[in-house]
Design a protein around this ligand. Structure first.
Ligand code: GLA
Length: 670
């Protein structure tokens, strides 16, 4: 099944289209330029609720009818928004209960966007009504291709503490725990006199004098993700009832922590996401994007849609430079290289008014269609047509990195030995594979791991017994596991797993951790690899580790646990489980990862110079090798047996491929 049944063998290309911000005369210019650019899909009307429903008892679809018709006449299909991300002013003026409420009990008002509480029955009623109207009106429209449900759920308001949310939280808790005794046990309420005697006493975790109950907070994060999911499903059910053949998606943002991607993925017909790397992080920007693409592709193990990226500059960082020539193109090809079946932007035409007017559009404020950027947009449109054969192929990985949202939520909570940036740590481990062109997926610790040879689990702080058993089975059957510091510490309720750290992983890793040693900024502890004799300064974190069957791979050089194990390896069944108890700097991490990838029999797709990214997309006999030069000088790559036709140039490959700075090749392998 292709991502978009209406684009069965073509890559999607386009952007957010907000014609409601412009007079009709501009629409004609829009479609002319869209055709020039090769745009075939637009996300339409995402923030148009107040235009579609100017008053509670009045709807106006006439303008949208005209836009839909115009797009259809011009061969452009539509990712039609359900428009529920920004309720109109009349709603919050009349119904205060639609507003989200922060942890201090203060409402977040209209005047921006996303000012709705996911649990407000009033908001849900109005949103449902709007979605039904839109779906009924456009169900048979030739332009309708996919539903864009809401927008970036929870990216501004990840929590709500209003009366409706509090009531819904209690319902959610009753369903989960059935009895108050169970809830009290799970939340450890004997601590600080928090024992509940009635469900009505329970609140969302509000502003309080000091650190709040972590188990309660963790359940609240789960509840909020579920509340938004319920909202998404409410819309999706209406859409599927009225338009069963039209897929529905919503744009995810992976570093927004409020949404549990794993529990959402099965409800999305395909994954789409918004990728905004920080251009001031140099090559870090490419790796940031690569991590995101890999995570999103992994959610369904299928092609995804890059539904938003910036054509050039954004406005929400302190400094927002444009993308220099060639960077937008290469970032777009990178999304395809890592599994996207389409490339879209925020937004088509840069706004004239409003908070986002300095965010670059595919079409800018002056000289529409004449800019340097628009020339690049057109050229990318041409290239995407050449790349159509890749549609529907995906990436096969033998390496997986464990990433789990509840771990992230639990590590984010206050009152820990030290703060651990979980996504950052996952990204740092991903870097090794990215730099060496080793394909990598992200998985849940309870996922089917049979196809993988190496599993890397950064700070798996929260781990259930069942998920630990899953990792154990993986190693028993011959897999290689690398677990890192502060793993296996708490159960799903954020309560310590007693009997010695790292809890359920203790036997598998063959170690017992006795103490954690978080370090201040300038403190380090040299970690020495027994094999190579090389030493690297561990920063941020070390542990006092005792061997219980494992062998020492590296030792600490300092402190009261000097000469004690820092890195260990434990044979278990037919596989090996490594444990890294410290935060190593990149060179040390590289040495360790080299060791574990060799142990697991993992090799690079193709050796390439630094900053040259290589990926392989395949499906059956269709195989495509992407080679992207993110560097600022020419790079030469020996292709070995990877021979075929470069889809971008139409030429046959030679033994060596030379790519100029920011150059790319997509080789259809013969
Ligand atoms: C997000 C939103 C868009 C827009 C862009 C601006 O991704 O989904 O509506 O605000 O950011 O960068």
């Amino acid at each position: 099944m292709p991502l978009l049944p209406k684009l069965p063998s073509t890559l999607a290309y386009g952007g957010d289209y907000n014609p409601e911000q412009w007079p009709e005369s501009v629409w004609l210019e829009d479609v002319r330029l869209m055709r020039e650019a090769g745009v075939n899909l637009v996300s339409l009307g995402i923030f148009s609720w107040s235009k579609l429903q100017p008053a509670e008892d009045r709807f106006d679809f006439t303008w949208l009818d005209r836009v839909m018709d115009l797009l259809a006449q011009n061969g452009i299909i539509v990712c039609l928004a359900t428009a529920t991300a920004s309720p109109p002013p009349w709603m919050s003026a009349k119904y205060l209960d639609v507003l989200p409420v922060d942890a201090s009990g203060l409402p977040l008002h209209q005047g921006s966007r996303q000012h709705y509480s996911p649990s407000s029955p009033t908001y849900r009623r109005h949103a449902g009504q709007l979605v039904r109207r839109i779906a009924e009106r456009y169900r048979d429209h030739p332009a309708l291709a996919v539903w864009h449900v809401n927008n970036e759920y929870a990216c501004h308001t990840g929590e709500c503490h209003g009366p409706a949310s509090t009531a819904a939280f209690r319902v959610w808790l009753r369903k989960k725990y059935l009895t108050l005794d169970r809830l009290n046990a799970a939340w450890g309420t004997a601590f600080w006199s928090q024992i509940y005697g009635d469900w009505e006493e329970i609140l969302t975790p509000r502003r309080a004098p000091h650190d709040r109950n972590p188990s309660q907070q963790l359940d609240f994060r789960r509840f909020m993700s579920d509340a938004y999911l319920e909202l998404y499903q409410m819309e999706k059910e209406i859409l599927h009832e009225l338009t069963p053949g039209i897929p529905a998606t919503t744009n995810l943002v992976w570093f927004v922590r409020a949404i549990d991607g794993r529990s959402w993925a099965p409800h999305m017909d395909f994954i789409s996401w918004d990728c905004y790397p920080d251009p001031l992080t140099g090559h870090g920007a490419e790796q940031f994007a690569a991590v995101g693409h890999d995570l999103m592709r992994s959610l369904k193990k299928k092609p995804f849609l890059l539904i938003e990226q910036a054509p050039s500059a954004v406005t929400w960082r302190p400094v927002n430079p444009p993308k220099p020539p060639g960077v937008m193109r290469l970032g777009s090809l990178q999304a395809l290289a890592r599994g996207a079946d389409g490339v879209m932007f925020f937004q088509w035409r840069a706004s004239r008014a409003g908070a986002e007017k300095y965010i670059t559009g595919m079409v800018g404020h002056g000289d529409p269609g004449q800019s340097r950027l628009f020339a690049e947009i057109k050229s990318l449109g041409r290239e995407l047509r050449l790349l159509a054969p890749i549609t529907g192929t995906t990436i096969r990985s033998r390496v997986a990195i464990v990433f789990d949202w509840p771990v992230c939520w639990a590590l984010d909570l206050e009152a820990k030995p030290a703060r651990i940036d979980y996504p950052g740590w996952a990204q740092e481990l991903h870097r090794y594979f990215y730099e060496r062109n080793i394909p990598v997926d992200f998985v849940h610790p309870g996922a089917e791991l049979d196809g993988y040879q190496l599993v890397v689990a950064p700070a798996l702080y929260l781990l259930t017994k069942a998920d630990a058993a899953n990792l154990e089975k993986f190693v028993e059957r011959g897999g290689t596991l690398l677990a890192t510091y502060f793993s296996g510490i708490v159960d799903e309720n954020e309560q310590i797993v007693l009997g010695g750290y790292p809890g359920y992983l203790r036997a598998l890793l063959g170690v017992r951790v006795e103490e954690w040693i978080p370090y201040g900024e300038k403190q380090v502890n040299p970690v020495r690899f027994t094999g190579s004799g090389k030493e690297y300064p561990a920063e941020h974190w070390a542990e006092v580790v005792h061997l219980e069957g494992a062998e020492t791979v590296a030792t600490y050089g300092r402190d009261f646990f000097a000469n004690g194990p820092a890195i260990t390896a434990n044979r278990h069944g037919r596989g090996t489980a490594y444990y890294l108890s410290a935060r190593l700097p990149a060179p040390g991490l590289n040495e360790l990862l080299q060791l574990v990838t060799a142990q697991a029999g993992i090799a690079s797709l193709l050796p390439a110079p630094p900053n040259v990214e290589v990926t392989l997309r395949e499906e059956g006999r269709r195989r495509f090798l992407f080679i992207l030069n993110h560097g600022d000088t020419t790079a030469v790559v020996s292709l070995g047996s990877y021979q075929g036709i470069d889809l971008l140039t139409g030429s046959k490959t030679d033994a060596r491929l030379s790519l100029t700075a920011l150059g790319a090749a997509v080789i259809q392998l013969s």
